[in-house]
Design a protein around this ligand. Structure first.
Ligand code: XMP
Length: 311
């Protein structure tokens, strides 16, 4: 496929679809929504309003980084502060699918309010083919796939969604990013799930538990930065384990799993063969820098039978 041509076609198609109507883009900072937002901005210029929902479940420093990166591209990003609403919706939930649905419902409530305030009729979304395939198969409820499972965004939320990347898989999306002239740091970014760090906290999602996994993910990203891999992150397990403090006292603390996988399209994946010294550095930094963690494990499972994320 010629990705420059694909981008041009999508830009023309967005313009044609929306006519004179107002349009918003849902930017999360990930590759998919970043590429979608830039397609929208190239199609509509300043008529495109870009919203970034701060759900409190983002990677370290994400809202500030996204705002700065897009400002450099001449795209203004409006940050909607909504973390307390997401934590309230997730409080007490431990079932993975209930958590995903709570996230999705809150996302669309917060988002549709923001869209209504902006008067937009259309919503640009970064849904890609893998999201649709996995939701249809019933593997996971992707937060951004509504129409595919019979929920009408128009009836339920009052706007029509436009998904220019819906037929592409990740490698294709990255190529569109490159064809659009985006910085490599943006289109080469690791995938990050829509429900954010709530996918990486097993059991209840609280601000404290998210802070633990955010710090651990940051360390994993730093320590694996020089290795070629598809994705690397940390997960906070719901169980606890016994450890000892430096003073020799018993501690009953958190268990963090490190996941690092090689994959082409996220449909299958295998664990990355990291050097032993990297594992040692990871366990050392995570137990020292993340309070309360007494155990760090490396996940050896391919997909299938596992999935990449934990829920
Ligand atoms: P799994 O865990 O299903 O993930 O093997 C496949 C790829 O998709 C990402 N992922 C998600 N992306 N919303 C998203 O936008 C989600 O709910 C979601 N769940 C998983 C994941 O990070 C991996 O790259």
């Amino acid at each position: 496929m010629n990705y420059r041509q694909f981008a041009r076609k999508q830009i023309v198609s967005i313009r044609k679809t929306v006519g004179a109507a107002a349009v918003v883009s849902a930017l999360s900072g990930g590759v998919d929504s970043a590429v979608t937002t830039v397609l929208g901005a190239r199609a509509l210029g300043r008529r495109l309003k870009v919203l970034f929902i701060d759900d409190g479940l983002m990677r370290q420093d994400e809202p500030q980084t996204v705002r700065k990166t897009f400002a450099r591209l001449g795209i203004k990003v409006t940050v909607v502060q909504a973390a307390p609403r997401f934590f309230a919706a997730l409080a007490g939930l431990t079932d993975p699918e209930e958590k995903r649905k709570a996230f999705r419902d809150t996302f669309y409530k917060v988002f549709s309010e923001a869209v209504r305030r902006s008067g937009a009729e259309f919503l640009l979304q970064g849904t890609i083919a893998a999201d649709i395939v996995e939701t249809r198969k019933g593997v996971k409820t992707q937060h951004n796939v509504l129409d595919q499972i019979g929920i009408s965004a128009k009836r339920g939320y009052g706007f029509t969604t436009i998904e220019p990347l819906r037929d592409l898989y990740k490698p294709g999306v990255r190529k569109v990013g490159r064809a659009l002239g985006l910085p490599a740091a943006m289109y080469e970014r690791m995938p990050f799930p829509g429900p954010g760090l709530s996918c990486r906290v097993l059991g209840e999602v609280t601000p404290e538990r998210v802070a633990i996994v955010r710090r651990a993910c940051f360390i994993v990203e730093q320590e694996t930065a020089r290795f070629r891999k598809f994705q690397a992150f940390a997960v906070l397990l719901a169980d606890r384990a016994t450890g000892v403090t430096r003073g020799g006292r018993r501690a009953f603390g958190h268990i963090v799993a490190v996941r690092c996988v090689d994959s082409k399209d996220a449909i299958t994946a295998s664990p990355t063969r990291l050097p032993w010294r990297v594992f040692m550095k990871l366990q050392q930094r995570i137990t020292r820098e993340v309070p309360g963690v007494v155990k760090v494990v490396y996940d050896l499972t391919p997909k299938p039978p596992s999935t990449i994320e934990y829920i």
